[in-house]
Design a protein around this ligand. Structure first.
Ligand code: SAM
Ligand code: SF4
Length: 341
């Protein structure tokens, strides 16, 4: 008698360089209530709703990734918390964490919606959150984000802490903008029990005035910080591109994300999906595959799996961001808010 054929388990997502893809960043909206100068133009044109995946489709996509070995999902944007009913998707993903089919659901947020959403996030299963904050000075905050919301963001950070969320602060380091404030931001964050990660500006999409004038290499920032803090290299990794240092022998950590001064692509374990369902295998390259078409096709499971295989074949070795003769090179035309930070 013929033995029944056991269906083959779908194979883990692995690219042509042998890197396993276990981390998905999903941009749930390209919209935002701030207009950070390095990220967007003031008059950004946002996508119409008809071009954006529904939350139900986003859940299906996440589950297709989980079936192929993705263990961590970060929701981002735009501002993920301005997407209507986003808590529904977060709850669904939180249930996967509870069931052990996912290790973690997390978010990157600008913090403005946290005063009223932090507790809901915790209740939905979120335990860690990255909050972007470039300054503690209200006027400077207004200048950087083109909106007067520092107080609201600080309230949001406090609400996140009170709800029991582990907070990491993300700060884009900018010459002549917040470079004089980085040491005090670090001091503030460690006093609050938050890790702080500094990010070099990347050439993603057009913004007014260009980015070269405010580009600040983190090598220079680290040299300055070394004069004030005892920074010890740490083996701590969060699956992201940051290299970490412990601060003055404490538990507090400083992370450095250095796409321009120190390429970190070798260990890349992630892919990004836009709110229109395009999968980008690299923040800094244009290759992509349309998962929306697969998701909306008749035989969607097979179509999605095939599309993911195609995507794996296209994952490049890394980005080409660099400074050359005072110019940022390797630019891509998509804004970070579109691909998802
Ligand atoms: N709105 C959320 C926020 O601000 O945290 C999530 C999306 S935002 C695009 C994600 C991260 O990307 C933020 O920390 C932001 O500072 C960073 N970012 C945006 N544009 C960037 C750029 N051109 N270079 C480097 N970082 C950038
Ligand atoms: Fe919005 Fe985040 Fe971009 Fe700022 S960095 S404009 S908060 S998406």
């Amino acid at each position: 008698m013929d033995m029944p054929v056991k269906p083959e388990a779908p194979k883990a997502l692995t690219d042509t360089f042998g890197r396993k893809i276990t981390y998905l960043r999903l941009s749930v909206t390209d919209r935002c209530d701030l207009r950070c100068t390095y990220c967007m133009a003031e008059d950004m044109v946002f996508l119409s709703k008809s071009h954006v995946l529904s939350l139900e489709e986003m859940l299906e996509l996440c589950e297709a990734f989980m079936a192929r070995g993705v263990r961590r999902i970060r929701l981002t944007g735009g501002e993920p918390l301005v997407r209507k009913n986003i808590i529904w998707l977060i709850r669904k993903l939180g249930q996967h964490v509870e069931a052990g089919t996912l290790d973690e659901i997390t978010l990157t947020s600008n913090g403005t919606q946290l005063p009223h959403m932090a507790q809901d996030l915790y209740d939905a299963g979120v335990r860690r959150i990255n909050i972007s904050l470039d300054t503690l000075d209200a006027e400077k905050f207004h200048k950087i984000s083109r909106r007067n919301r520092l107080e609201q963001v600080l309230e949001g950070i406090a609400a996140a802490k009170a709800a029991g969320l582990q907070v990491k602060i993300n700060t884009v380091a900018m010459r002549g903008v917040n470079e004089g404030e980085i040491a005090s931001l670090l001091q503030w964050a460690s006093g609050e029990g938050f890790d702080l990660t500094l990010i070099e500006t990347m050439p993603l999409g057009d913004v007014e005035g260009g980015r070269e004038d405010t580009y600040l290499p983190l090598t220079a920032v680290k040299t300055e910080l070394d004069k004030q803090f005892e920074l010890t290299p740490s083996i701590h990794r969060t699956g992201g591109p940051a290299r970490y240092f412990t601060l003055d022998g404490s538990d507090a950590k400083l992370g450095l994300i250095t796409p321009l001064t120190n390429n970190f692509c070798d260990g890349c374990n992630r892919v990004r999906v836009t709110c229109t369902g395009r999968i980008y295998m690299c923040l800094g390259q244009d290759d992509h595959v349309d998962l929306m078409a697969a998701l909306r096709s008749e035989n969607k499971n097979a179509a999605l799996s095939e599309a993911l295989d195609t995507a794996m074949g296209l994952k490049p070795r890394g980005h080409d961001f660099a400074m050359s003769d005072g110019k940022m090179v390797g630019k891509v035309n998509r804004h970070m808010s579109h691909t998802g930070g």
